[in-house]
Design a protein around this ligand. Structure first.
Ligand code: ZN
Length: 291
């Protein structure tokens, strides 16, 4: 599943390419992928120019000069692929062959025709969606009302982080991190890497983690997210964006999917267990199990 760094990678790529393009047409092969009224599409999408590409949590927002916004959630298997007549290409999101193959293909749910280019929303599993909304209404959709703060926002402090987590004092720290209403965009990879970085066992109850360790976790999580964004996301198999750049984060993950290998910090063997219902990677020496 694309996590925050992968969605941010999509955003950064599209932010260079989409602004100033005009949307000429749209086709959709699956209604649930594009649940919009024809009148809104005709009046506020067709003929609109893109002004900006933003992100909140794992949702992309393509803002238009009609004061409407295209919201896109990639969910499990969504990806966005840009192809220009001048040969410029970009694609990111779920890593599969559709990023580089001929489009549209069998996974294409929505195609936007732009002046001189096309943008494809591909989504094998069909959980993702594209919605057109007035820009002023975007903050009011259920998802944005519930979702927690951005972990990389400049004004998100260690004190904010501790305060948000303490709302889940009796749950395990890993479950609290994965809860999108606590903090936005942390998935399994970043939870495991962050907890290893802060030397916290994932099954520790939030209330039993010291302030110092929570501060260390805040720093470790932000570092690993920023590093992953810098590397183009965590996508780990056959992944290239259409500029030929590989998402390379997992090549230097410290614990995630490294069971049986040695901990880069202490040399003990990394193990895989289950915490919060998810496959969990830890160093049993660096991350002591709670009593
Ligand atoms: Zn270790």
């Amino acid at each position: 599943m694309p996590e925050l760094p992968e969605v941010e990678t999509v955003r950064q790529g599209l932010a260079e390419l989409l602004p100033k393009h005009t949307i000429i047409g749209v086709t959709s092969s699956y209604d649930k992928s594009f649940p919009n009224t024809p009148a809104d599409v005709k009046n506020f999408l067709i003929g609109a120019r893109v002004t900006a590409v933003k992100r909140r949590a794992k949702v992309l927002m393509i803002e238009l000069d009609t004061n409407y916004t295209l919201l896109i959630h990639l969910k499990m298997t969504g990806q966005l692929v840009y192809r220009a007549e001048n040969g410029e290409r970009f694609g990111a999101g779920h890593p599969n062959h559709s990023l580089i193959g001929d489009l549209p293909d069998i996974s294409t749910r929505v195609s936007l025709q732009l002046d001189g280019a096309q943008l494809f929303f591909n989504d094998q599993r069909r959980f993702g969606w594209v919605r057109l909304l007035p820009t002023v209404e975007v903050p009011n959709i259920d998802f944005f009302k519930k979702v927690g703060p951005e972990p990389l926002a400049a004004d998100f402090t260690a004190a904010d982080f501790r305060e948000r987590l303490k709302r889940r004092a009796n749950t395990t720290i890993k479950a609290a991190l994965l809860d999108q209403t606590v903090i936005a965009g942390i998935g399994n990879i970043y939870a495991d890497e962050g907890l290893w970085g802060a030397k916290i066992h994932p099954a520790t109850r939030v209330k039993d983690v010291s302030t110092t360790k929570l501060n260390n976790l805040y720093t470790a999580l932000r570092d690993v997210l920023a590093l992953s964004i810098e590397k183009g996301g965590s996508s780990d198999r056959n992944y290239v964006d259409a500029k030929g750049k590989r998402g390379s984060y997992l090549t230097f993950a410290n614990v995630f999917r490294r069971e049986g290998q040695t901990c880069p910090r202490c040399g003990h063997e990394i193990i895989k267990t289950r915490v919060a219902g998810r496959g969990t990677h830890t160093c049993p020496h660096c991350q002591k199990e709670p009593k």
